[in-house]
Each structure stands twice: as structure tokens, then as C-alpha cells.
Design a protein. Structure first.
Length: 402
């Protein structure tokens, strides 16, 4: 059995490649990082260090790699795979679709049957996005819906930043937490759910994608943005969890989304599932061994303040179901004031640009242009006014707004 894993980054190696390799699959990574591809082919294995209460070192074997710039060769590996997965990031997905389309045509020519593509990108409506992109590159009469299963996922595994020194010492080494559950859309497979321990199929995948975004990612955002403002000098996520004010505000914010999600998906989510998710996540966020940083979980403000992302998207879902969301509103306001830096004292480049080019024009400009909120429309107007008011309170007294 063979997995063609498109993307050999942190999630590709520490999570997807690891799961499938340990289940007996050959894992063929497809990536454009020349050094990474060469190292995988030379060693044919790599190491995952589990950073948790019970640390563990995993050696992942039966792997090799193909350079993604060699499109015909990469397409050949995909065409002959038993299953394919992507973990390249939403911005890079359109760039791999021409190769995927070539692979589907070649597979059809070989009589290979349907192919499942597991989309490990943590994006809403990922299957529809890829289907549209593939259709642009396939012949007009190609039976796309019969030829491919587009399987959405919820990726909850946390992988912290490694230092340049750690990467230089071993370019294939990757850190990760012990959590190893891959939630997938069980209804989307054409060839059946792969026999891989750790894969957990769900029937209503939209509920679990939104759960990841509006509970897990929202919780991370609240810890980062409130922790940055309230805990001077704090570096790690666990410090924010352990702080009584920030930890409790984060729990309350996650429950704001939890209540809205239960209303949105009453047949899939209930108080028991939300309690398990929220309390389990807070325990995982408090993992000191993981060494996850406030900088990492808070960076990329334009993406995290986008209209359908973890803060504004959550506020829109809250408004839809008349759920009061003071902590999420506060988090959205605090995000605009996030100025955390990496170990070398530098802001994330896109965040430095955000501060200089966008926030400098005022919070109203951020809410209109980045968050895409229209104050003349409801519920956008209520969200707009709420975030703007919270921002004013934070600026007036950043240490007593909770």
C-alpha cells in the first residue's frame, strides 16, 4: 500500500506520514524543498519527538520523496497511489491542483479506479474548493465525481516551532504532541476509510471543521492575544493557560463558540462533546513539554482576523444563534494590538506589515478591510460596534479590561 503525501512539512511528517507509515504504508512525500527531498531519499526515515508528559521518540520508516517541481514524476506517484493526502497550506493548494489533475487523467488511462484525496488543510469547504480547481485543469468530459473522493479533515495536532539550531542539527526531525487523532469525513471516501489506527470518521464533517476553527483555533487565539496584553514577558502558551484571568477568559470564549455550535449542529454536538473538547484542549494547551509559544499561535493577524476565520467567523456564528460573546469580542479587539516577536526579537513579517499599513489607519479600517464587516448591515453592525468598543477599553487600560 502506498500513500502519496503532498507536503513534507510539520503536519505531513509528524502526523499524516507517521500515521500511515506505522500502519504499513509506504509513504512517498512530494515537496519542493530540495534539501528536504534529498535528505528523505538519502535516509529513508525520519524522527518525530513526542513532547508530552510521557515523551517518546518515533522513527518513521519506509519513506521516500519526489520533488514537486518534477510534475510528471509527482503525478506518476499520485496516479499509482492507494490514497493521497495534502498538507501544504490553503495558499498553496491551487498550485498542486494541476499536478493532481494530470495524475487523475493518468490513473484513468491506467485503469486504476477511483482515488481518495485526504485534504489536511483545516479550511472550510475544502472539498468544494479543490473540486473547482481540479475541474479547471481536467478535460471537459472527465468523470471527476466518480474518479475522486475529496475527504475533508479536522487537523488538531499541535506542532511547535523548532529553533534554527534544532533544524540544522537534523533537518528531518520534527516535534509534536502526543495527540494522534485524524478526524475525517467518513462519507466522502470512494475506496473506503483506510485501515489506519488514529483515523476517526465522522458523518457531519462541517460540524467538526467548525469545531476545530471556532473552539480549538479560537482558544489558541484568545490565549495568545489576551496573554500578550495581560502577562508581561510571557513567552509560552502554558503561561497564558495557567494565568487565572486569561485561562478563565479563554474557557468562557471557547464556550461561547461551543453553545453556538450546539445550536448549529444539534444532531452532532452536545454539551458532553463540547465539555470534552474544551477541557481536553485546555489540558493540551497547558503542555509545558510542547514548548508552544504565544508568538506562534498568535502570528498572521490578517488571516486570523479574516471574516470566516476563528474570531470574526465565530462572532458571526454566535450572532446567528443569539449567543452573547464578550470574550470572543475582546479577543478580536486584542488581536489588533498583538506585537509578539520571535526568539530573535522580530515580528512575523506579515504582522509588521499589518501594523504599519493597516492598523495605522485605525481599528475601524481593520474591521472594514480585513474583517470585512459592514457596519450598516446586521449582524455585522453589532459585531463592528462591539469589537470597536472593546478595543477602546483595552487601549484605555490594558490591564483591567477583564
Amino acid at each position: 500500500m502506498k500513500l502519496a503525501q503532498i507536503g513534507a512539512g510539520n503536519i505531513g511528517r509528524s502526523f499524516i506520514g507517521q500515521l500511515f507509515s506505522r500502519a504499513g504504508y509506504e509513504v512517498v512525500f512530494i515537496d519542493i524543498d530540495d534539501a528536504l527531498v534529498d535528505a528523505l531519499n538519502e535516509r529513508r526515515s525520519y524522527t518525530v519527538e513526542i513532547k508530552d508528559a510521557n515523551p517518546e521518540t518515533l522513527v518513521i520508516e519506509n519513506v521516500r520523496a519526489v520533488n514537486g517541481r518534477d510534475i510528471p514524476r509527482a503525478a506518476g506517484e499520485v496516479a499509482t497511489a492507494d490514497v493521497v493526502a495534502t498538507a501544504v497550506g490553503p495558499d498553496a493548494l491551487p498550485q498542486v491542483c494541476p499536478m493532481l489533475a494530470m495524475a487523475l487523467v493518468r490513473r484513468a488511462e491506467l485503469g486504476g479506479g477511483a482515488l481518495d484525496i485526504v485534504i489536511c488543510e483545516n479550511m472550510r469547504h475544502a472539498a468544494a474548493f479543490i473540486r473547482e480547481a481540479l475541474a479547471e485543469h481536467l478535460p471537459a468530459n472527465f468523470p471527476l465525481d466518480d474518479a475522486v473522493g475529496l475527504v475533508e479533515t479536522s487537523i488538531g495536532k499541535m506542532v511547535p516551532i523548532m529553533t534554527p539550531e534544532q533544524r540544522r542539527a537534523d533537518p528531518l526531525l520534527v516535534f509534536a504532541e502526543a495527540y494522534n487523532t485524524l478526524i475525517v469525513d467518513g462519507t466522502a471516501f470512494k475506496c473506503g476509510v483506510p485501515p489506519v489506527p488514529g483515523i476517526e470518521p465522522k458523518r457531519n464533517m462541517a460540524a467538526w471543521v467548525d469545531q476545530k476553527l471556532f473552539v480549538h483555533n479560537l482558544g489558541h487565539a484568545l490565549l495568545a492575544y489576551l496573554g500578550y496584553l495581560l502577562i508581561p514577558g510571557a513567552r509560552f502558551v502554558w503561561e497564558a493557560v495557567d494565568d487565572p484571568a486569561v485561562g478563565q477568559a479563554t474557557r468562557e470564549g471557547m464556550w461561547e463558540s461551543g453553545r453556538a455550535l450546539m445550536a448549529e449542529y444539534p444532531d452532532e454536538l452536545d454539551e458532553a462533546t463540547e465539555t470534552q473538547q474544551i477541557e481536553g484542549l485546555l489540558r493540551r494547551f497547558a503542555n509545558r513539554a510542547l514548548g508552544d509559544t504565544i508568538f506562534r499561535v498568535g502570528r498572521d493577524l490578517r488571516r486570523k482576523l479574516a471574516p470566516d476565520d476563528r474570531l470574526i467567523g465565530a462572532l458571526r456564528l454566535d450572532a446567528k444563534h443569539d449567543v452573547a460573546a464578550p470574550m470572543t469580542t475582546l479577543g478580536a479587539a486584542a488581536a489588533m494590538l498583538f506585537r509578539a516577536t520571535d526568539d530573535e526579537g522580530r515580528m512575523f513579517p506579515r504582522d509588521a506589515e499589518f501594523v504599519e499599513a493597516i492598523y495605522s489607519q485605525g481599528p475601524e479600517h481593520v474591521l472594514r478591510t480585513v474583517c470585512k464587516l459592514d457596519p450598516a448591515e446586521e449582524p455585522d453592525g453589532r459585531i463592528f460596534d462591539g469589537v470597536l468598543g472593546a478595543h477602546a477599553r483595552i487601549v484605555a487600560d490594558p490591564h483591567s479590561f477583564l
